[in-house]
Design a protein around this ligand. Structure first.
Ligand code: SF4
Length: 68
């Protein structure tokens, strides 16, 4: 899977970081999302889906399929 986070949409709520800190973090400067691992392993799939659903502004998208 491949993750994309739209920093234009992000409002810095931090929900994704709380849900999956192995993949998401927040920029020290502006508080907006940064993806630290945009091709996480399949073991993170459920948490990624949860983060996508939990984002209040739908800034996170994920393509499932060939991981790399
Ligand atoms: S949950 Fe959405 S709005 Fe909140 S930090 Fe993550 S990407 Fe940004």
């Amino acid at each position: 899977m491949r993750i994309h986070a739209d920093r234009e949409r992000c409002i810095g709520s931090g929900t994704c970081v709380l849900t999956l800190p192995a993949v998401f973090t927040q920029d020290d400067e502006d508080g907006l999302v940064l993806v630290t691992d945009d091709t996480p392993g399949a073991e993170h799939r459920a948490s990624v889906d949860q983060a996508v659903l939990a984002c209040p502004v739908s800034a996170i998208s994920v393509e499932h399929g060939d991981p790399r």
